[in-house]
Design a protein around this ligand. Sequence first.
Ligand SMILES: Cc1cc2nc3c(=O)[nH]c(=O)nc-3n(C[C@H](O)[C@H](O)[C@H](O)COP(=O)(O)OP(=O)(O)OC[C@H]3O[C@@H](n4cnc5c(N)ncnc54)[C@H](O)[C@@H]3O)c2cc1C
Length: 436
Amino acid sequence: MIAIIGAGISGLTLAYRLQQQGTPYILLESSAMPGGYLQTEVQKNSVLEKAANSILADQLVLDFIQELGLSQEVVEANAISKKRYVYKNGKYRALPSGPLSLLFGSFFSFRQRVNIFKEYFNTTPYRKDYTLYDLVNERFGKEIADYALDPFVSGVYAGNPKELLADLCFPVLGKNMNTYGSILKGFIKNPPKRRVSLTFERGLQTLIQTLASKVNNKRYDSAVKSIQPINGKWNLVVNYQQATENISCDQVVFALPAYEAATIIRSYSEAWATRFEAIEYPMVRNMHLIYKKEQFGLEPKGFGALHPRVEPLYTAGVIWNSSTFNDRTPKDEILLTCMVTEKRTPEVTTMSDQEAEAAILKEIKHLYRIKGEPLFSQTRLWKKGIPQYTVKMTTILNHCEELEKMNVYICSNWPYGISITDCIHRAHDLAAKFKA
Ligand SMILES: Cc1cc2nc3c(=O)[nH]c(=O)nc-3n(C[C@H](O)[C@H](O)[C@H](O)COP(=O)(O)OP(=O)(O)OC[C@H]3O[C@@H](n4cnc5c(N)ncnc54)[C@H](O)[C@@H]3O)c2cc1C
């Protein structure tokens, strides 16, 4: 039997696939509810996501959604959401949306645009230890690194591109350089496959609830405390309803954050606990704001706006939920999700909730020329937000085989990719491995 620890999207997807292929499993979740970072709340006719907002789905994920019978509930992003804005020199400017607007538009300086063109002929070899910032700066120039890469990395990883490894975050860059000499040439010869940005009518929790309803062998309120090998099997010590019980299994899957995996494995291996707890999870604060449309001087129309760290702002970016997806809030209202990250704004870690919320409100009011107060506001603080794909993640990847030989597996948003799509892929791959 396989014990899956954690019922977020990763653990649930794995449990569902194992059940389908007839592989015995048990899914253990410490909370009273499944979902982890996928939590939706419907408040005052608005659909509010506490962490993840949308899925950038590839074909495997679209097929999975269809298989779960959820295609009718999918809400695809509106066409206008192709427009993304970046704050530059005191105002929002549309990011170039294609090669023509990139080369002939005015977002980047003439010199920068020439640099982009030159990358096509650059044959400097790829290095696996490139940080994202160094690679992009070296190949394309500082403007691209500061105004395209940096805000994008803040939005996806809540991280700093000077710390994140290109090889782990966007392996396609190295692949293009190794195969074609140039990143640009690689994208021209092998354009990225189509992906669809989507959510569901009642938010991302639809996916969680559907999966949970189909997975039979699950237990909530069951926090795994430690694992120990006994007679060739793993013994799990589980806290359930204020009692402690033991569960015996053949394989253990960590489908939970690295720092939780560290506490569980410590009783067995200090070395693995140290590797796991070295993964950094910087703080992220989300704030939902709802206003009447008429309060806006500058109405948000697009996916959202990102705020590069070279610009003197407090927030890392704002998702324009009601413009991206229909029916997130009544038609005469606007729903925004503002994000503040420790990596961009370190002072967020020492500010009280009231101070942080006041700083966000002040900035948003100014940026969007808003009159009056929001109809609704709600904050969610993730003290440990998103795992950082730094060199410490490489250590785990390099030793994964050793872990798997001990019948311990990782199936979560580390170390195989951070997005919901990555998590679904990893769960599928692992299920296939258990079948073989
Ligand atoms: C603010 C924020 C915004 C994001 N936005 C997006 C987005 O828009 N799109 C996107 O694709 N991705 C986004 N992500 C990333 C994505 O949401 C996560 O990577 C993904 O949901 C992780 O799923 P998981 O199942 O691997 O882990 P988790 O969601 O962390 O689930 C782990 C589960 O394990 C349980 N658990 C913990 N300890 C124990 C224990 N001892 N015993 C048993 N159970 C335990 C937890 O309660 C939890 O339910 C975002 C993340 C954050 C933080």
